[in-house]
Design a protein around this ligand. Structure first.
Ligand SMILES: C[S@@+](CC[C@H](N)C(=O)[O-])C[C@H]1O[C@@H](n2cnc3c(N)ncnc32)[C@H](O)[C@@H]1O
Length: 400
């Protein structure tokens, strides 16, 4: 049945017709987010923040960056102490969105470790021109940051030492969707249906590629669970973050020494590849509203898919990384001292009350187990023969 809200815009009609009448869901997600002229990110049409399409942790104020900076400084100091030779350390942010996290990290690092900040360059890895323009305004306006934009290929030709952060970036990577019906598996595709001279989008079943079949064959050993799980319903749908192996592989060539922190929507494979999760994890966002109709408003809304924790870790391990540990964002931020930030608000004077209440609300949102607090922090260290021990304060028991 056609969904009347899944109207297809002109530009996408052309793309689908030129591709023979249907495209894979992977291609669809890539086009609606990253198509240079029409994608939600590439046009820079979307806005991140309370008044925008969706909120991320850095968009709620600078407390997220101030807490994360404590961990980042620890890692830089560990690198410095280890005697690793590097003229300049790099803080690489992948998928920087509005650029606020890098800016606020720079300010916080300068406060916590003034001697360190002049030894750090900020490197922003942004796929989409529209977002990059927005980041330039935010980051370049802040004096004292040495910042450059690069893609992973440029960085591979001149590797860096330091810290890589990907906050809510990997959930925007296009995914393959897989449909299980009878004893068969299909690759989900998107096609056009013309009704009364108007084009609508609909899902179709496509033949799975050899790469998808290989993933399915390897998944038992990779995820250590039966895949697909027992007792799934007919047309059970799930996702596969097929770009992650290549991404981890490239990133391991970017970083000579140091750490990588991935923060994102993520869940264990048992919850992810579960018979009860019959429609996968994909969701669309526009004007702060989540929508499970992922064919609605192509190019005008965000699409996001959760990560599977075990497969993300496995892909990192086989592509040059050591796993240091993972925890929920709520725990991580409490371990880094969020409760002391909350406590300090008690001393607010009456004229600052409104700002203090806003800040309190943002701090609580960062650790809310029904919201951002449920995000996962996954930390990795570049695999090499160097005897470097990185301390992970965010994994410690929260201080009360
Ligand atoms: C959800 S936003 C991230 C928001 C930001 N990190 C924050 O915390 O507010 C996703 C960002 O990743 C970028 N992006 C998507 N795919 C990318 C890729 N393959 N490499 C680099 N950036 C990418 C998007 O253009 C966008 O800036």
């Amino acid at each position: 049945m056609i969904d009347p809200t899944a109207r297809c815009p002109e530009w996408l009609i052309d793309r689908i017709i030129n591709s023979g009448g249907s495209i894979s869901f992977y291609k669809y997600m890539d086009l609606v987010l990253n198509d240079p002229e029409n994608g939600f990110y590439s046009t820079g049409r979307l806005n991140i923040g309370k008044d925008g399409d969706f909120c991320t942790s850095p968009s709620l104020g600078n407390d997220f960056a101030r807490l994360l900076a404590i961990q980042v400084v620890d890692w830089f100091l560990d690198l410095e102490k280890s005697g690793i030779e590097s003229e300049l350390f790099s803080l690489v942010e992948v998928g920087p969105g509005e650029g606020t996290l890098s800016r606020d990290l720079a300010i916080a690092i300068a406060e916590i470790a003034p001697a360190l900040i002049s030894k750090i360059e900020f490197v922003l890895v942004e796929l989409n021109v529209g977002m990059r323009k927005r980041q330039e305004k935010v980051v370049n306006n802040f004096k004292g940051i040495y910042c450059r934009w690069c893609d992973l290929e440029d960085l591979i030709s001149r590797p860096v030492t330091g810290v890589v952060i990907a906050n809510e970036a990997l959930d925007a990577f296009p995914v393959e969707r897989l449909i299980f019906t009878g004893n068969k598996v299909f690759r989900q595709g998107v096609a056009l249906r013309k009704i009364n001279d108007e084009y609508f989008l609909e899902f179709v079943d496509l033949k799975p590629t050899s790469v998808i079949m290989k993933f399915l064959q390897e998944s038992n050993s990779l995820l250590n669970i039966e895949f697909p799980p027992k007792d799934i319903c007919d047309r059970w749908v799930t996702e596969w973050h097929c770009d992650l192996p290549t991404w981890f592989g490239k990133l391991s060539k970017v970083l000579s020494n140091g750490s990588l922190l991935v923060v994102d929507y993520a869940m264990e494979s048992k919850r992810y590849y579960n018979a009860n999760r019959k429609d996968g994890t994909l969701i669309s966002y526009r004007n702060q509203k989540a929508n499970t109709n992922i064919l609605k408003d192509p190019g005008l809304s965000d699409l996001t898919a959760h990560l599977c924790i075990e497969s993300t870790i496995s892909y990192a391990l086989i592509n040059g990384w050591k796993f240091m540990g993972e925890t929920r964002q709520g725990q991580a931020l409490l371990a880094l001292g969020l409760s002391s930030f909350l406590f300090s608000l008690q001393n607010t004077s009456s004229q600052d009350l409104s700002a203090a209440l806003n800040r309190r609300e943002s701090l609580l949102r960062l650790v809310d187990p029904m919201g951002l607090g449920e995000f996962r922090w996954l930390a990795f260290q570049k695999e090499n023969s160097y005897d470097l021990i990185l301390s992970n304060r965010f994994l410690e028991e929260p201080i009360s």
